[in-house]
Design a protein around this ligand. Sequence first.
Ligand code: SF4
Length: 199
Amino acid sequence: MNKLIGFTHASAELHEDIMTCQMCAPHLPLAPKPIIQFNPAARILIAGQAPGLRAHQSGRPFDDASGDRLRDWLGLSPAQFYDPQLLAILPMGFCYPGKGPSGDNPPYKECATTWRRPLLKQLSQLSLTLVIGQYALAYHVGAHKGSLTEQVRQQALDETTLILPHPSPRNNIWLKKNPWFELEILPALKQKVQLAISV
Ligand code: SF4
């Protein structure tokens, strides 16, 4: 299938420019390799932090245990999850940023302003944004004084932007400590996802 189905000339050009971007090559540990999923027709946006090493190697976002859990949370099969006409996956930085002292390095800031912002403007059918991680949270939700746990729990579930904890196995302890997430948030999330992709 032609991956550029549904693209305008401008969005196809933008996508091509991104895929050949070398802007922060000197700061990256590996050669730039943007790992995104995008089509202007996407209904749901997954706004994450930056691809990890595994995604860099495989070329697919969330191609790991975090992705398995995220797909389970959303109630989507891998085929649905990797359908760019249903889901856009646009992290705050598009290339693997390398390891830092605690986890991966932060995403390269200019990526969001140079590439991500114009891509977001092309998402004309978007009805649901799922925010994962502090950088995406600051961009899509803004400054908040509470902890991530408070923000996830207190959010209004009828909004079009929902905050999620990271689905990484490293968050297993958080999930055990906060059973309300699976009991209260996930059913509403699954419902919203189904509604968004069935429009
Ligand atoms: S992280 Fe973004 S700005 Fe940097 S090289 Fe990759 S696509 Fe370009």
